[in-house]
Design a protein around this ligand. Structure first.
Ligand SMILES: Cc1cc2nc3c(=O)[nH]c(=O)nc-3n(C[C@H](O)[C@H](O)[C@H](O)COP(=O)(O)OP(=O)(O)OC[C@H]3O[C@@H](n4cnc5c(N)ncnc54)[C@H](O)[C@@H]3O)c2cc1C
Length: 584
């Protein structure tokens, strides 16, 4: 058997966020003899999961039910969710959340000591567990600490993966740059799980951290694995205008209002229902995110938003909640407003606008995280199982990391236990990858005015203009042409920084190449879906078309130009497609 010394593992997880760490623990718990490693481009606690604020959904209270959680998720997703996956999700969610409690996660409590839950957009009952408004921080800390107690879990912190190593039709590891030295290493593994998170940075205004550039999605796509439902991009209705920093939905769940430039609660004019006492979560500000973001666009068209240096915005008002509620339940919201906008939400209005928040689409997997490529699995935001359909409900994602991170970990462990031999071609693949990086980025191609940032800026503009909240055939075609052109220009780009130690320009150039790949799948999937559903709104095809599009799109990389799109029917178990009704 070929051996690759210390860099050889049974299971390799790319990503140290919530999905990656949950998967690592699942592998260690499935078989203590398996050697498992986590590779991450940043120290795991810096993964985007740490930024999650509002909470994680799971049925826990007596007045709630698994079927209601399933139905909310499916109708919120505009019937594009696979219902078998949703049923597994809601069923396993409470157990996963309790397990996290046993590992030490400090869930906020009710007065009587039971786990506290809050309302969240599109959820019929209160079922969102939270740890103040720093839920992701506490969840990630808890899982990180738990990984430390398992000796077989090793880590490659600050290694940047640039390629999946595929031979004999199997994924057998990755090539990664050790950022401290610039060395390209092979990390061989019998199974690989991609937990690389989302790709919000494809768009200019986003809540997503800089590191969310769709790396794993692009790596899988390049290896022939399709990306599923990429046209579904979630805008969050309340980001701060310049930084895109998220003002969590919890601010509205606690009772915050959205006001237009006249101080009017404009959501009452849209298909979100009248303000009602009960059920409070289905009305107005707690309608689903896609509808709220679309309502903003309509207000903007009517000239009823406020013009600012970073585009138009409206106001979020939480003053009436009072100092005690704000400091106790929304301390992070206040901190962000004070630090980044120099305003105190106890006394002032918060400026907000829709910003890209989450990708419903991702690497095509089955219900256990397996992709069509043998040995390759995916979980978390990078994957599309799919439980989020055309629009994810807030607070389902953190729970998804646990349920499907765990499932992918167990499936990858089982696959790795077959102990298939490594191919003898891996060293040659490593040499190939080193040469590719050297030639693509370090060789001066002469006279090219482009830089990473100039290409990125053009990508941002065309994605926002052509593939944003509202799209049309004309706008998408224009963006398609721009992205194809940028792909060609990227080939001619060389980087200025020639050093091998922490070469951030090299990382940014790779991330840009990943984002352009992801962008082309978003555009092409959106172009070919000639209907409107959830977050995908076509001005030239305003209605949902179940006859032709109750299907997942699958984007395959083509040899040249735009991807090839195929379709796969949605799995319906118990809930036939209906209308999405809110506010009743
Ligand atoms: C501000 C904010 C608030 C949110 N709040 C909530 C909430 O309240 N409730 C909820 O349910 N959801 C929330 N979400 C969504 C949710 O937090 C994310 O979908 C989820 O945390 C993603 O977790 P993940 O493990 O899939 O990926 P991430 O946490 O993004 O981790 C990705 C990992 O992959 C690694 N990686 C990526 N590329 C490479 C590469 N090339 N080489 C090596 N390593 C790589 C990174 O280093 C990182 O460790 C929020 C999201 C944001 C942005």
């Amino acid at each position: 058997m070929a051996r690759y010394g210390p860099n050889e593992h049974d299971v390799l997880i790319v990503g140290g966020g919530g999905a990656g760490l949950r998967a690592a623990i699942a592998v260690a718990e499935t078989d203590a003899d398996l050697d498992v490693a986590v590779v991450s481009k940043v120290y795991p606690m810096r993964s985007h999961t740490v930024a999650a604020e509002g909470g994680a959904a799971a049925v826990i209270k007596e007045n709630d039910s698994l079927d209601e959680h399933a139905y909310d998720t499916i109708s919120g997703g505009d019937w594009l969710c696979d219902q078998d996956a949703v049923e597994a999700f809601v069923h396993e969610a409470p157990e996963e959340m309790l397990r996290l409690e046993h590992w030490g996660c400090p869930w906020s409590r009710e007065e009587d000591g039971s786990v506290a839950v809050r309302s969240f957009g599109g959820m019929t009952n209160k079922r969102t567990w939270f740890a103040a408004d720093k839920t992701g921080f506490h969840m990630l800390h808890t899982m990180f600490q738990t990984t430390l107690k398992y000796d077989p879990i090793q880590r490659y912190d600050e290694y940047f993966v640039t390629r999946l190593l595929v031979d004999d039709g199997r994924c057998q590891g990755v090539a990664a740059i050790e950022l401290a030295t610039g060395k390209v290493e092979v990390i061989a593994a019998r199974s690989v799980i991609l937990c690389t998170g989302g790709c919000g940075r494809v768009f200019p205004f986003t809540t997503n951290g800089n590191i969310k550039s769709g790396d794993g999605m692009a790596l899988a796509y390049r290896a022939g694995v399709p990306l599923k439902d990429m046209e579904f991009v979630q805008y969050h209705p309340t980001g701060l205008p310049f930084t895109g920093l998220l003002i969590t939905e919890a601010a509205r769940a606690e009772g915050g209002y959205l006001l237009n430039k006249d101080g009017y609660r404009y959501l009452q004019d849209y298909d979100l229902g009248e303000p009602t006492e009960k059920p409070v979560h289905r009305s107005m500000e707690l309608g689903p995110r896609d509808r709220l973001s679309q309502a903003f666009e309509k207000e903007d068209q009517k000239g009823r938003t406020i013009e600012g240096p970073y585009g138009s915005y409206v106001h979020l008002d939480i003053q009436h909640l009072g100092e005690e509620v704000i400091t106790k339940k929304l301390p992070f919201v206040r901190e962000l407003c004070l630090k980044y906008e120099n305003i105190d939400p106890i006394r002032e209005l918060i400026p907000v606008r829709p910003v890209v928040h989450y990708m419903m689409g991702g690497i095509h997997t089955d219900i256990n995280g397996a992709t069509p490529l043998e040995g390759l699995f995916a979980a978390g935001e990078a994957a599309c199982v799919s439980i989020n359909g055309a629009n994810r409900l807030g607070s389902n994602s953190l729970t998804e990391l646990l349920v499907f991170g765990g499932r992918a970990g167990r499936a990858a462990a089982e696959y790795a236990s077959q102990k298939k031999e490594f191919s003898s071609a891996l060293p040659a693949l490593q040499t190939d990858e080193s040469n590719r990086i050297e030639e693509n980025f370090f060789t001066d191609k002469g006279g090219n005015p482009d830089t990473v940032s100039s290409i990125r800026e053009e990508m941002h503009k065309t994605m926002e203009d052509g593939a944003g909240i509202y799209r049309s055939e004309a706008s998408l075609k224009e963006s398609e042409a721009v992205i194809n052109d940028l792909q060609e220009r990227l080939q001619k780009l060389s980087i200025q920084d020639q050093s091998y130690t922490f070469n951030t320009e090299l990382v940014l150039a790779h991330e840009l190449s990943y984002m352009l790949d992801v962008a082309e799948t978003i555009i092409q999937s959106a172009l070919q879906r000639t209907e409107s559903r959830g977050s995908h709104q076509r001005t030239d095809h305003p209605d949902r078309d179940d006859e032709n599009f109750l299907t997942h799109s699958l984007a395959y990389k083509a040899d040249r130009g735009s991807p090839r799109i195929e379709y796969k029917p949605v799995t319906i178990t118990r809930w036939p497609p209906g209308e999405r009704v809110y506010g009743s």
